[in-house]
Design a protein around this ligand. Structure first.
Ligand code: ATP
Ligand code: MG
Length: 338
């Protein structure tokens, strides 16, 4: 039996290079050796996009197109839509009782997202609780491995706390703990130098960006504001161009020698940006071409088939969960009638 892996993305826009290094590449590798589920987390996306439902709905197929373009194979990975499996929301309800409000408010990723979204005192209850719904997603499929970026570590920690508490209180072992699978680049910075490239911050290079847009975004990348003349010594740390070269240029020797030259002085930003542009154009061209030939009908069919399969797995776990709590009334009644 293969181990189960589960991941997902919020359909809040197209996928970007942060997704590629943080999670997509691991998924492409893992689909051969794991029973892999990939979720379009539209219910989760609505926790802060509730006033932009069209954006969420439209992004579902765009994200699936990104998956296929980078090499996720629907024959090997089960792609499904969260909102079409209400069992996941039901599991969330049972798990909500096992987590305190204080615990949710202490989650560092959620804290940062609340500040970034300027919710102030008006944090939607659904948003604060989304890590609980992630625990439902992970446990519904008994996932043992979750390939994610660094920002998701607190979610997996919480999910495991829920698993342990649930199994202890209800004297069961029906829920499984999971572990994060971190890739080499666990967090890709934004092109503006902000800590994380993100759809919501619009500071990312998207997998579907045109060659012109890629070039413009590379040109606009944050480097070292103190590096004015080519002869000035430049700073590598915090320099976005070096962060992206580190993540996408496979010639490590060349990167080390460029870093040395840049720190000493004598290497201009224009040369570095031109190299990075070449690297990214080469990387993204085949992805863009694969994406262009996909059609809506096929994409819908892929997630319809995947959702059907995923739903039957989630149903089974929900049944086990309700049995463990002791609220599987009709199953018991049916048993009594036998
Ligand atoms: P949003 O701004 O709507 O939250 P996002 O860009 O943060 O979107 P998500 O859908 O929240 O993307 O993240 C999906 C997955 O991609 C998660 O596993 C996350 O850790 C990973 N990921 C997202 N952005 C990055 C990044 N910049 N670097 C590494 N991994 C990332
Ligand atoms: Mg996010």
């Amino acid at each position: 039996m293969k181990k189960v892996a589960l991941t997902g993305d919020r359909p809040t826009g197209n996928l970007h290079l942060g997704h590629l290094v943080g999670s997509l590449r691991s998924r492409v590798e893992m689909q051969n050796s794991f029973d892999q589920y990939i979720m379009l987390a539209d219910v989760q996306a609505l926790t802060d996009y509730f006033e932009k439902p069209q954006k969420v709905a439209d992004s579902v197929l765009e994200v699936i197109a990104d998956y296929l373009a980078v090499g996720i194979n629907p024959e090997l990975s089960t792609i499904f839509i969260q909102s079409q499996i209400p069992e996941l929301s039901e599991l969330t309800m049972y798990y909500m009782n096992l987590v305190s409000l204080g615990r949710l408010e202490r989650n560092p990723t959620v804290k940062a997202e609340i500040a970034q979204r300027k919710f102030g005192e008006s944090v939607p209850a659904g948003f604060l609780c989304y890590p609980i719904s992630q625990a439902a997603d992970i446990t519904a499929f008994k996932a043992e491995i979750v390939p994610v970026g660094e920002d998701q570590l607190p979610m997996i920690e919480l999910s495991n706390e829920i698993v342990r508490k649930f199994n202890r209180i209800y004297c069961t072992n029906c829920l499984k703990e999971s572990a994060a699978h971190l890739s080499k680049t666990t967090r890709l910075v934004g092109i503006d130098g902000k800590a994380k490239a993100s759809k919501s911050l619009n500071n990312a290079i998207f997998l579907s960006d045109s060659p012109e847009i890629i070039k413009q975004k590379v040109q606009a990348m944050y480097t070292d504001p103190g590096h004015v003349k080519i002869s000035d010594p430049g700073t590598v740390e915090g320099n976005v161009v070096f962060a992206y070269l580190g993540a996408f240029h496979d010639n490590e020797e060349e990167i080390s020698s460029l870093k040395k030259k840049y720190s000493q002085g004598g290497l201009g930003d224009a040369v570095l940006k031109s190299l990075l542009n070449d690297v990214l154009q080469k990387l993204l061209q085949p992805i863009r071409e694969k994406r262009a030939i996909l059609n809506r009908k096929d994409l819908l069919e892929i997630c319809f088939v995947g959702t059907k399969k995923a739903k039957s797995v989630a149903q089974k776990t929900l049944f086990e969960v309700k049995s463990a709590i002791g609220i599987d009334f009709f199953a018991k009644n049916l048993g009594d009638c036998k």
